[in-house]
Design a protein around this ligand. Sequence first.
Ligand SMILES: [Zn+2]
Length: 94
Amino acid sequence: MTPPSDDDLTCRELVEVITDFVEGAMSDADRARFERHLGECAGCTAVMSQFRTTIEVTGRLTEDQVSEAQRHAMREVFRRWRDDPASNGADDPI
Ligand SMILES: [Zn+2]
């Protein structure tokens, strides 16, 4: 994983502002950073698509529902990365 530059969103930051993005409550500059991160990060792209699906299904999310959906989606994505042996050799005892 490449360390993010000062100007880049981290995955954690992205998930915190995801509701602003979905609601269109984001400045042009923040939106550009958000979209750039999405373009480079498969995990967050997956989270976004789950998010959009959730919104389509429920129509409109309350803030509590969004928060829970965020947490759940991010947990799933990160667990998948961690459990994928092809992308994780850090715990190898050798
Ligand atoms: Zn990300």
